[in-house]
Design a protein around this ligand. Structure first.
Ligand code: BTN
Length: 242
């Protein structure tokens, strides 16, 4: 593990750090982990804030060897690896994947994933997978919506480095798994599946009551309303009301 892994006590963002390296000279699954990030990045314009040395903050290099239209596979394997790593270390029940790639316990977020691909026309050249998992943190800023951590769920503290290695091992396994199994497993663990809830369609800022029925092969979210109309949403077209 040692040549494929570095630990930084403090950095701007593990994501930015890994991106600045000559990734083609690095082995697949090369990992950068930090104890603290001054400028941790979330999806979109969000920040990822985490107290020093309490949580898992890591970025992993992947050479997916697949076409850009299958990029949702990377989300699936990462989310599933995180679920497995949490299950391996705790007895937390009801760990779900909130589409596209947050990890939830009940209605609380325990982990977030930020995936950045470098694409050519026919291929994903490489992906940098950023993972933030709340491990030992007890108190969160009021500005973070519905957070939880492994400590808050179980009352126990965990070894963050061991969790990092567990995530990588599970990621390696899921990367060897065939596509249909990945999508099926992801679908089985979908947060709010088959429950009628409120969603906001961003295009026209209207809210609808619908149930999630799954994702399609491209990772689009499939919703069904009470009149049984099916709707398909791309990333950023819909938001959850939680
Ligand atoms: C999200 O839920 O918005 C995604 C959060 C991803 C956070 C992780 S922490 C390690 C890596 N480095 C970053 O700057 N961000 C990701």
């Amino acid at each position: 593990m040692s040549t494929d892994y570095i630990y930084l006590e403090e950095t701007s963002s593990t994501q930015t750090y890994l991106k600045s390296l000559d990734v083609n000279a690095l082995p697949e699954f090369y990992c950068v982990r930090a104890g603290y990030q001054q400028q941790g990045r979330g999806r979109g314009t969000n920040r990822w804030k985490s107290l020093p040395n309490e949580n898992l903050m890591m970025s992993v290099l992947l050479f997916p060897d697949t076409s850009p239209e299958k990029q949702f596979d990377i989300s699936c394997m990462t989310a599933l690896a995180l679920v497995k790593a949490i299950q391996q270390n705790t007895d937390i029940q009801n760990i779900k994947i909130k589409w596209p790639n947050d990890i939830y316990i009940q209605d609380k977020k325990i982990a977030g994933i930020l995936i950045e691909h470098t694409l050519s026309v026919h291929q994903i050249k490489h992906s940098i997978i950023g993972i933030g998992l709340n491990v030992n943190q007890k108190h969160f800023s009021e500005t973070i919506p519905n957070p939880t951590s492994m400590f808050l769920e179980t009352g126990q503290r965990y070894n963050v480095e061991q969790l990092c290695f567990d995530v990588i091992e599970h990621l390696k396994k899921w990367k060897r798994t065939d596509r249909q199994t990945l999508l099926d497993k992801y679908n089985q663990l979908l947060y709010r599946k088959e429950k009628f809830c409120q969603y906001i369609i961003k295009r026209n800022n209207t809210s609808i009551a619908a149930k999630i029925v799954g994702i399609d092969n491209f990772g689009r979210l499939l919703l069904q309303d009470k009149a049984q109309n099916m709707m398909k949403f791309e990333l950023n077209e819909i938001s959850y009301i939680i």
